[in-house]
Design a binder for this molecule. Structure first.
Ligand code: NAI
Length: 340
């Protein structure tokens, strides 16, 4: 039976790269019915609401969404739509794979999956100023909240991901040497979960600063990384950079009841309407979607066709050194579906 998935084309280059992705999935005969919904600037223009109730209702029903980038700076008072969606559906796991495909980069042989906790830590938004004397903003404080529940579910997610994807090792990244309570709790929970997988999935612990250095010295030695919200945000941009930049990296936001798949990049206002945007990141996000739906064979075939096209480097977009349009690149990927 066809599976219904919410499609949010998004803003800027979003509509063109999501349509390219829909065309690719159609060509791969993915059994998906798209429920097209608005969010971001497009939704503000249409209904004066950056996340219309109809969009939320659609995701509540389908439990799955593929999303183009959203322009968040739509006016004062609107919070980040991406953060709001994460909170609305408790999308606690942000899964960002970074794999070397394009040749000629500084690094090769990278195949890292970074699993970032998406709902806790320093990003919970509890901040305030402290008045001292006449200065109402003499100091500021932000609270990081780490819970046993939140740590356990994200660390377990990372180990389960490793187990189900044939991965060998999980690196627990923390700063428990300084932040003994919050990061200490994350590490303690990590050690307990790791014990359950001993013998099948290896576990190593790394302090975040040492991890950052090692990621640029010997990135090929990392497999799955799991870490708290802020560290994951920073390190996942670092791993994207190692494999060629934002145009190539997808991200999945996964919760117990829903999941939203997207490109890591934004709306690329500087190239809107030129027909040259690279649709790779959204296409790879669609592979994560297929994988999540259990359609793993099709996910591998579509991913293989994307990687083959990038590796051949004959028909690729300008951001990775080619001259092809979004449509020409998409045609080349579709042509390669039969060759993988
Ligand atoms: P951006 O990622 O849109 O652009 C940065 C640079 O990368 C630009 O030069 C752009 O042309 C290039 N680029 C990005 N994606 C590309 C692609 N697929 N193909 C070729 N080149 C690509 O970041 P920027 O300019 O900081 O943000 C623009 C807007 O996007 C802002 O409104 C921001 O809030 C929003 N944004 C939304 C995100 C989301 O919805 N997940 C994530 C990041 C930014």
């Amino acid at each position: 039976m066809s599976r219904s998935v919410t499609l949010i084309p998004g803003d800027g280059i979003g509509p063109s790269i999501t349509e390219a992705t829909v065309r690719l999935l159609d060509a791969a005969r993915a059994d998906i019915t798209w429920d097209r919904q608005l969010a971001g600037a497009a939704a503000v223009a249409a209904v004066n609401d950056p996340i219309p109730e109809a969009t939320l209702e659609s995701i509540r029903k389908t439990k799955l969404a593929l999303k183009g980038p959203l322009e968040t700076a739509v006016g004062k008072g609107f919070r980040s739509i991406n953060v709001a969606l994460r909170q609305a559906f408790d999308l606690y796991a942000n899964v960002r794979p970074a794999k070397t495909v394009v040749t000629g980069l500084k690094f090769s042989g990278i195949d890292i999956v970074l699993v970032r906790e998406n709902t806790e830590g320093l990003y919970i938004g509890i901040e305030n100023y402290i008045k001292i004397g006449d200065d109402p903003m003499a100091a500021a404080q932000s609270m990081a909240v780490i819970t046993r529940f939140g740590s356990e579910r994200i660390i377990r997610y990372a180990f389960e991901y490793a187990r189900t994807h044939g991965r060998k090792k999980v690196t627990l990244v923390h700063k428990a040497n300084i932040l003994k309570y919050s990061q200490g709790l994350f590490l303690e929970v990590g050690r307990a979960v790791a014990k359950e997988y001993a013998g099948s999935i290896g576990c190593e612990e790394k302090i975040v600063d040492a991890c950052a250095m090692e990621l640029v010295m010997r990135p090929e030695r990392f497999d799955v990384i799991v870490t708290t919200n802020l560290f994951g945000d920073i390190l996942s941009d670092l791993t994207s950079g190692l494999v060629g930049g934002l145009g190539l990296t997808p991200g999945a936001n996964i919760g117990k009841d829903a999941a939203i798949f997207e490109a890591v990049h934004g709306t690329a206002p500087d190239i809107v309407g030129k027909g040259i945007a690279n649709p790779t990141a959204v296409m790879l996000a669609a592979c994560q979607l297929l994988d999540h739906m259990g359609d793993t064979e099709r996910a591998a075939r579509v991913k293989g066709a994307i990687e083959k096209t990038l590796l051949e480097k004959k028909i690729v977009t300008a951001d990775i050194g080619g001259t092809a349009s979004t449509d020409q690149f998409t045609d080349a990927v579709i042509a390669n579906l039969g060759a993988v």
